[in-house]
Design a protein around this ligand. Structure first.
Ligand SMILES: Nc1ncnc2c1ncn2[C@@H]1O[C@H](COP(=O)(O)OP(=O)(O)OP(=O)(O)O)[C@@H](O)[C@H]1O
Ligand SMILES: [Mg+2]
Length: 237
């Protein structure tokens, strides 16, 4: 459903994403791993229309390269951010409602917004200001607001970062539930290899913007280049 074809992004002299090509199929949890600065978040910024780039990105056969972010959102791609991006003066409910409006212009659906608040276990906090949420709450809220746009694809950027072991289990279960119960295709960037290999298949590993390998969790974790560039120092982190 999502096709990335020979995509390259340069920031001045730096090639942040270097000739990447891959396909994400309907229903997959597609994983992306790679060391700090590998170009993972930049790739998300290209898919969601934040920057111009070379190459082509297609959603369901339609070329979405160069479209503005709101058009891409309305076509069905939603994302969360590595550092929580929330509107601090709003309540949880208002924030999720905003997601609803952003995704489905003219089709505001308060029922669906309620459903997403319940789905992400935020009922008790629904009237709280978002800045009062803890980190897990903020991450849940980003997911609820993204889900409220009724996406075909949800892209999450390091959802486990900063969470404790218990919270990681909760977040892992939530991502599985989104994929399996709501049938949303997921793309997940994650540093914790244990979590990534539990959730995702296939997994794409990149370094310096370039593909190192793509394959099943077993293929990735036994690939010598992946072990050398990435797993060697951080897979138990
Ligand atoms: N807007 C920008 N302008 C200039 N350079 C940028 C910009 N955004 C990212 N970069 C650079 O591109 C490279 C890739 O950054 P990116 O944030 O995509 O890495 P990442 O794989 O997400 O890393 P991390 O695991 O630390 O989140 C880095 O060297 C970064 O400094
Ligand atoms: Mg990043």
């Amino acid at each position: 459903m999502l096709k990335v074809k020979s995509v390259t992004k340069k920031f001045g002299e730096l090639t942040a994403v270097n000739n990447l090509s891959f396909d994400v199929s309907q229903g997959q949890v597609f994983g992306i791993a790679g060391p700090n600065g590998a170009g993972k978040s930049t790739l998300y910024n290209l898919i969601t229309g934040f920057y111009k780039f070379d190459g082509i990105i297609e959603l369901d056969g339609k070329n979405i390269s160069g479209l503005p972010t709101h058009k891409i959102a309305r076509l069905g791609i939603a994302r969360t951010f590595q550092i929580p991006q929330i509107f601090e003066s709003m309540t949880v409910e208002e924030s999720v409602n905003l997601g609803c409006r952003f995704g489905n212009i003219g089709k505001y659906d308060p029922g669906y917004s309620d459903e997403m608040i319940a789905f992400t276990s935020l009922q008790e906090e629904r009237h709280s200001k978002t800045n009062l949420l803890n980190l897990l709450g903020k991450k849940r809220l980003m997911i609820a607001a993204a889900m409220a746009t009724k996406p075909k694809i949800l892209m999450v950027d390091e959802p486990m970062a900063g969470l404790n072991a218990f919270e990681i289990k909760e977040m892992t279960a939530l991502i599985k539930k989104i994929n399996q119960e709501v049938n949303i295709t997921i793309i997940i960037i994650e540093h914790f290899m244990k979590v990534l290999t539990e959730l995702a298949n296939p997994i794409l590993v990149i370094e310096n913007g370039t593909q190192i390998c793509i394959g099943s969790p077993e293929e990735i974790t036994s690939n010598p280049e992946v072990i050398a560039c990435y797993l060697g120092d951080s897979h138990d982190a």
